[in-house]
Design a protein around this ligand. Structure first.
Ligand SMILES: Cc1cc2nc3c(=O)[nH]c(=O)nc-3n(C[C@H](O)[C@H](O)[C@H](O)COP(=O)(O)O)c2cc1C
Length: 321
């Protein structure tokens, strides 16, 4: 049984966000090696776990070095969510379960899942209560500050009363999607409202962003999402913040060799995890992120996207820099 507890993490702590299509096991190992304290799976359809979809079950595979590792589920049907959570606890054995109540994607919202639960607070609380009683694993919820405006306060309080162990708040409404500044006033108010650890999320792309969010809101931890794409070293930078507390030019800037080595390691792990075809294909989106801003980056990316074997990719990357 995992000993993980959100309460026992050193503060402030730094978490890699769940990201659909991105936070696979190899990516999680990359960010973990760069210093992420906790990593999340991609969002996992509870219903697909309930029906034992092979593809979905495989998405939850992980390596011991990823711990603490949290599986995030989404769904609406309480019974199927309970079935999924019981399966995950017994067979996957992660360090915690998270319920997604923030995803704005049409395919998720149209089924009454993700951020749609903000429009049905009774259902949202019923899900949290029932899932809470079905598992001993630490349980958290990731949500937004509201659907159209900041009004999540009563729901957050109910989640706490229902027994969740931590709460992640993406400081934007569903309507805002992924654009605009996170609402730090809202995060501050939520942090004051509950006793459980609150993790702030939204717009963290540098140590300065994190320091601003932490000092203004009092949040216990920070969750990084897009800011870690091509820059998993952001976690290394954030640790400087934990140790020194100040922020003068603390963003770690890797040189080309470090980036090249990490991109090749990521590729290698991808191939081992998914086989050469999927492993190589899945890396394509990452090259643009890793090599952004370097002279010749767009040429390099074009060549890499056409390359079909590991050796081809290695020789293209090794010729650079
Ligand atoms: C491509 C992509 C996929 C995402 N997938 C998920 C997901 O599976 N579960 C979830 O809770 N949030 C998901 N998110 C939201 C992020 O976890 C995060 O809340 C959001 O991007 C705000 O943080 P940021 O401004 O630092 O990127 C996703 C975001 C992006 C851009």
């Amino acid at each position: 049984m995992s000993k993980f507890s959100w309460n026992k993490l050193n503060k402030p702590f730094f978490v890699m966000a769940p990201m659909d299509g991105i936070t696979s096991s190899p990516f999680r190992r990359v960010v973990k090696r760069c210093g992420a304290d906790v990593v999340f799976s991609e969002m996992i359809a509870a219903e697909a776990v309930y029906y034992k979809s092979k593809k979905t079950l495989a998405m939850m595979n992980f390596h011991e070095e990823e711990r603490p590792y949290i599986v995030q589920i989404f769904g609406k049907d309480t019974e199927k969510m309970v079935g999924a959570v019981q399966y995950i606890e017994k067979e996957v054995k992660p360090d915690g379960i998270d319920i997604n109540m923030g995803c704005p994607a049409k395919k998720v919202v149209s089924g009454g899942r993700g951020s749609a639960l903000l429009l049905d607070p009774e259902k949202a609380v019923e899900i949290v209560r029932t899932v809470r009683s079905a598992t001993k694993l630490p349980l958290s919820v990731k949500t937004r500050i509201g659907w159209e405006k900041f009004n999540i306060q009563p729901l957050v309080k109910e989640f706490e009363n229902a027994g969740i162990d931590a709460l992640t708040i993406h400081g934007r409404t569903k309507t805002q999607g992924f654009a605009g500044e996170p609402d730090l006033d809202a995060l501050k108010e939520i942090k004051k409202l509950v006793k459980i650890p609150v993790i702030g999320n939204g717009g963290i792309n540098s140590v300065e962003d994190a320091q601003k969010m932490l000092s203004f809101t009092g949040c216990d931890g920070i969750m990084v999402a897009r800011g870690a794409l091509g820059n998993p070293w952001i976690f290394k930078s954030l640790h400087f913040l934990r140790h020194s507390g100040s922020v003068q030019n603390l963003d770690y800037k890797p040189n080309f060799e470090e980036i090249r080595n990490l991109a090749l390691l990521h590729l290698q792990m991808n191939i081992e995890e998914f086989g050469p075809k999927k492993g190589i294909f899945d890396m394509r989106k990452h090259y643009g992120w890793y090599f952004k801003g370097f002279p010749g980056a767009s040429e390099l990316r074009k060549k890499l996207v056409l390359a079909e074997t590991k050796n081809e990719i290695r020789s293209i990357i090794e010729k650079m820099g």
